[in-house]
Design a protein around this ligand. Structure first.
Ligand SMILES: *Cc1c(COP(=O)(O)O)cnc(C)c1O
Length: 377
């Protein structure tokens, strides 16, 4: 017995849903405008390579990741097309952009100089995308530095300014004026180099693709919508017209034990819950170690036999308990669903996120990247 047995906890990814979501979002975008698929965070917990393949099946040929290591892994897995590295690279890593045909997003002169030097050594040129800070106060040069950086790139051999990038800080909120003001800052900056710049502009994330399509420019960069969720946490907004985006992730386990306890029994660490009646409990091998947040103690719900039941008491490292008093015939080994559908009921990442005081993105990453994943077509 050398093989390691499977965990009871399984993430199931519906790859057809990912493909559907790419096609659906694509239908929102005018012909001639590109749609990059963000697959950072191991594809928002869905598996970077499998997610990229599913989007490619929907027509995607441009991908984005945060770090260089992710881009190299993606390329080594046979993904073709353009791969953007969004958050820079270390001094000694510039060669990877050439050996693995990766596209750098730059925001420091040092990184531009390093890429220029490597390009000259290799007797080739490389396309750079310059990042502008349009109000996020994260990566990017300030808008009034755009000419200086464009000139710097122009003067160096081996490097071409192929794009100007920025990122919206509030596009998930269709009512916020933040997106319009950020877009004005960004457009004004692009305007200042229009005589010399012939590359592409891209700033629109999922929120902007869904709520502010007039900001698409030459390319959108979508993440969360491709995984079936609206960035504002509202399920009703996860759609293009009448076509719904489909969540692709399910998280389920197998019940480890069923037990009956009398009224007045404390449940789990600290006895933060005490039964008020004779209670039947399902004990499940899911805890915060599996990415299921402890702050959901006494708040979470789980699907058993197609019924939503409450999680009682603290969520432990590897275990939690649900109240199945109202359900008959639950057996050890039965499926319990923490995220996704069972029967006609569903628990979404937005439902979990709302209870945990966070956003669907974090729930998808935490569950997806802490459990064994199975991809189905
Ligand atoms: C993550 C990310 C996106 C995609 O954001 P979503 O809200 O998931 O659509 C786009 N651009 C950059 C720079 C990002 O980091």
């Amino acid at each position: 017995m050398t093989e390691i047995p499977n965990s009871s906890n399984i993430i199931t990814i519906d790859c057809a849903a990912l493909t559907h979501n790419y096609r659906t979002l694509r239908s929102r975008i005018p012909d001639g405008v590109e749609l990059l698929a963000m697959v950072k965070g191991d594809g928002y917990g869905h598996g970077m390579v499998e997610a990229a393949r599913a989007f490619a099946a929907g027509g995607c040929h441009i991908f984005g990741v945060a770090e260089l290591c992710e881009g190299v892994k993606l390329r080594n897995s046979g993904i073709t097309g353009e791969i953007f590295i969004m958050v820079g690279f270390l001094e000694n890593q510039a060669d990877y952009f050439f050996t693995h045909s990766l596209t750098p997003v730059v925001f420091t002169k040092n990184s531009i100089a390093l890429l220029s030097e490597r390009a000259v050594k290799r007797n080739c040129t490389i396309d750079l995308h310059l990042k502008i800070d349009s109000g996020m106060s994260r990566l990017g040069v300030m808008p009034d530095q755009i000419e200086e950086y464009a000139e710097y790139i122009d003067e160096l051999p081996g490097v071409t300014l192929a794009g100007v990038v920025s990122h919206f800080y509030e596009a998930d909120n269709p009512k916020s004026s933040g997106t319009n003001s950020a877009f004005t800052v960004y457009s004004d900056a692009c305007h200042r180099i229009e005589n010399t710049f012939s590359g592409i502009r891209h700033i629109a994330n999922s929120g902007a693709v869904l709520n502010f399509p007039e900001t698409l420019c030459e390319m959108g960069r979508a993440g969360i919508a491709l995984y079936g969720y609206s960035p504002d946490g509202n399920r009703d907004n996860a759609r293009v017209g009448e076509e719904r985006l489909r969540p692709a992730m399910k998280f389920s386990t197998r019940i480890a034990m069923v037990k009956e306890v009398p009224a007045g029994t404390g449940v789990s660490y600290g006895h933060t819950y005490t039964t008020t009646r004779a209670t039947r409990l399902a004990v499940m091998p899911v805890g915060y170690e599996d990415g299921y947040p402890r702050c959901l103690s006494n708040q979470a719900e789980v699907l058993i036999q197609g019924t939503k039941v409450p999680v009682l008491g603290r969520i432990c490292m590897n275990l939690c308990m649900a109240d199945i008093t109202e359900i008959d015939g639950v057996q050890i080994g039965d499926e319990a669903v923490f995220l996704g559908e069972q029967g006609s009921e569903v628990i979404t990442a937005d439902d979990i996120a709302q209870k945990a005081g966070t956003i669907s993105y974090e729930i998808l990453c935490m569950l997806g990247n802490n459990n064994q994943r199975v991809h189905i077509e």
